[in-house]
Ligand binder design. Structure first.
Ligand code: ADP
Ligand code: MG
Length: 224
């Protein structure tokens, strides 16, 4: 069984009087531990697909199974409360603009999802993740005191700390210079190799996509 199974996924958005069909029947399987890049023209629905995989948006049609759980359909459709718990425990997000809390230190940002889940972090484990990502020196720094690359590493650490089944990264290197981008992409590659993380990364950069095991291209609403 694949970790993620997407079948005939469709999504449209209203635009004035018409419906804009963005995803027109996406079929994808992603294996446990696989690092997949998603490419495609701007506006082709890459972020939409990632949001649906991340249970942040609902498809019009089709099924999404993660670890066998049918997220949106059938008899196993999850309630909003179940969905947010599923999301907290199973999915880590990495965004282009890092999404860090400016008033929290790096450490506090990283453990935020653990506390949200009403649990206590394992301090040694958090430090170990920070060391592996090369940001242990940022422990007590606030986001404004860190470089873009450091902030993205903190956001990656935050995504890893709950040991989620899958990490979804939407253009994680979009705000970084070429050298730092390569470093962050290499870290995602390492997370896949070291932690066995399944990673789905949207990027418009061919060099970033080269770090992945497989590249999917979305065009005209389907995977090519
Ligand atoms: P990509 O990430 O590939 O650039 P997106 O998934 O962000 O593309 O968007 C695909 C299309 O869907 C775009 O035309 C965008 O304007 C539209 N769209 C995305 N989200 C919404 C929304 N919440 N409401 C209306 N239209 C949206
Ligand atoms: Mg996008």
């Amino acid at each position: 069984m694949s970790l993620i199974e997407v079948r005939n996924l469709k999504k449209s958005y209203p635009l004035g009087d018409i419906n804009l069909n963005i995803l027109k029947g996406i079929n994808v399987n992603i294996e446990n531990g696989e690092f997949v890049a998603i490419m495609g023209p701007s506006g082709s629905g890459k972020s939409t697909l990632l949001r649906i995989l991340g249970t942040l948006d609902v498809p019009d049609e089709g099924t999404v199974k993660i670890g066998g759980a049918d997220i949106y359909g059938g008899g196993t459709k999850l309630s909003d409360k179940q969905l947010s718990e599923f999301r907290r425990r199973n999915i880590g997000f990495v965004y282009q603009d890092y999404n860090l809390f400016p008033e929290y230190t790096a450490y506090e940002n990283i453990v935020f999802p653990v506390h949200l889940d009403k649990r206590r972090e394992d301090k040694d484990e958090v430090i170990e993740i920070m060391e592996k990502l090369g940001i242990e020196h940022c422990r007590d720094k606030f986001p404004f005191e860190m470089s873009g690359g450091e902030k993205q590493r903190v956001s990656l650490a935050r995504a890893l700390v709950n040991n989620p089944d899958v990490i979804l990264a939407d253009e994680p290197t979009g705000n970084l210079d070429a050298e730092t981008s390569s470093e962050v992409a290499a870290l995602l590659r390492n997370a896949s190799d070291m932690f066995g993380q399944t990673i789905v990364m949207v990027t418009h950069d061919r060099q970033m996509a080269d770090f992945a095991d497989r590249v999917l291209v979305i065009k005209d609403g389907v995977v090519r």
